[in-house]
Design a protein around this ligand. Structure first.
Ligand code: FES
Length: 112
């Protein structure tokens, strides 16, 4: 069974693109992006939570449905290239579930 997650690019010149990515529950949001060769998620550490280059902004309606960040993730969110906001997460720490079918996140303008 697969779900679909949506990545919206940072606006360039006022326009943006949305990428719809198929994913399997159990994988991380970062893995789904990397498997789809999505630009905008660097994920240099491969999910070890040491790089902060897998930063995403979770869309407002989804924030309450994604399990909250743990302390280690909150610490790393201080090191994102684009300043973190209330919706910021490390995509390697979001484990996809059936309930997250349709999850929409925005990509930051930069990961470095
Ligand atoms: S992939 Fe490095 S912190 Fe997420």
């Amino acid at each position: 069974m697969t779900i679909t997650v949506h990545f919206v690019t940072a606006p360039v010149g006022g326009s943006f693109e949305q990428y719809d990515v198929a994913a399997k529950p159990g994988m991380s949001l970062m893995q789904a992006a990397v498997n789809a060769n999505l630009e905008g998620i660097a994920a240099d550490c491969g999910g070890a939570m040491t790089c902060a280059t897998c930063h995403v902004h979770v869309d407002e309606p989804w924030r309450a449905r994604v399990p909250p960040a743990k302390a280690g993730e909150l610490d790393m969110l201080q090191f994102t290239a684009e300043p973190a906001d209330d919706g910021s997460r490390l995509s390697c720490q979001i484990v996809l579930t059936q309930e997250l079918d349709g999850l929409t996140v925005r990509l930051p303008a930069r990961q470095y």
